[in-house]
Design a protein around this ligand. Sequence first.
Ligand SMILES: [Zn+2]
Length: 437
Amino acid sequence: MNMPPTAHRLCIGLLLCVLALLGGCATNPMTGRSQLILVSEQSTISTATSAYASMMSTLDQKGAMSSDAALIARVQSITDRLVTQAVRYRPDTEHWAWSVKVIEDPKTLNAFCMPGGKMAIYTGLIHQLDVTDDELAQVMGHEISHAIANHGAEKMSNQLLANIVVAGIAAAARTSQDRQKRQDVGTAAALVFINLPNSRTAEEEADRLGIELAARAGYDPRAAITLWEKMMRQSGGNSRVDFLSTHPAPPKRIEALEELQAPMLKLYAQSQRELDASRKWTSTAANETEVPDAETENPVEPVASRLSDNQSPAGQPLAFYSKDFEQFKSGDAELSCSVPCALSFFLKQGTLREQYAKGAWRALAMETLKTDYRLDLAYFYLGMAAAALGFKDAGKKYLNLAIAASASKESSCADGILVRCGELDIRTAAQTALAQM
Ligand SMILES: [Zn+2]
């Protein structure tokens, strides 16, 4: 764009103002984190989908799509398994037009999944790193996580300048009426999606969600570490690959992935058992000799015990692993903040009350924990949530803490200045709940 710098700044400022009025903060459906979302997910998907189509048709014309049938099938089968899992966490994405392409480009170490589920991987990543299936699943799991956690909309919201650039290129192409240029517009728009860095928080989320999708899909979580090691060796940390594109520095991200190994290995083992059971079923069905008896011969964990592994009841979407939630379940969560946290609880009390009323127990527990406010009402919420979710011992512990807290002026909502109990008499309500357990 041939615009003087001041006009540029003015233009960006104006756009920011307009968009700030139109949009706002949204809670990430996958992680519970607040995101600045100024662009709707649907509009991000539309932009990404047409950018992807244009980019792929240009690459196709240049003969840059892989014709390696075995490789394409391999990538397809891995992404299919990951998408099946992603849909269990976010059922509405079942209607996304998920698809994957393999781009023949031995020099590029990259892969992406755009908002709406359009994926691609460059052969450079596959061949240069000589990735195993488990490692490939980590790459694509990470990319799919960006998409289901709506990082695209967040990225666009945080990087409005990029919108102006794309709009500028599009305007230039409209005037020229040049077909080639129109194609380039699509490719440029797609590149904006692919190359704009995600925030550090988004990268950490994608790492965490990706390793879980892969583990559920039957891919070894240890591959997340070996993949990182390979990437760092290969690129020396200077790569366009999404994994390495942002802070925090790799050692910190590897550390986080290492911390997740224990719970993810549990999920991986569970998915292996389920795969074995389904293989047994398939082979038995093919032989038509006997009905498989999964209960005795090849036991799949019963639903009740699987529920304790951050699963949700049947028919409910899965929830991602959370260390805080695990602590809550075991009854070890503590609310440690006094007066300074009253305001954050006060601001959330409407939401908490609503979650309590409609029985959104997991969300209630997570939100209450986030406030960290040592209050009888907060412990009461934790106790009721734990009891309703089937963590009886934890529920008893929190309800007793609620009763204890209600006896002290500092931690009782009956005496609260900001936060009030409403119609609840915490002591009586907690005792009643305990008596029913
Ligand atoms: Zn990423």
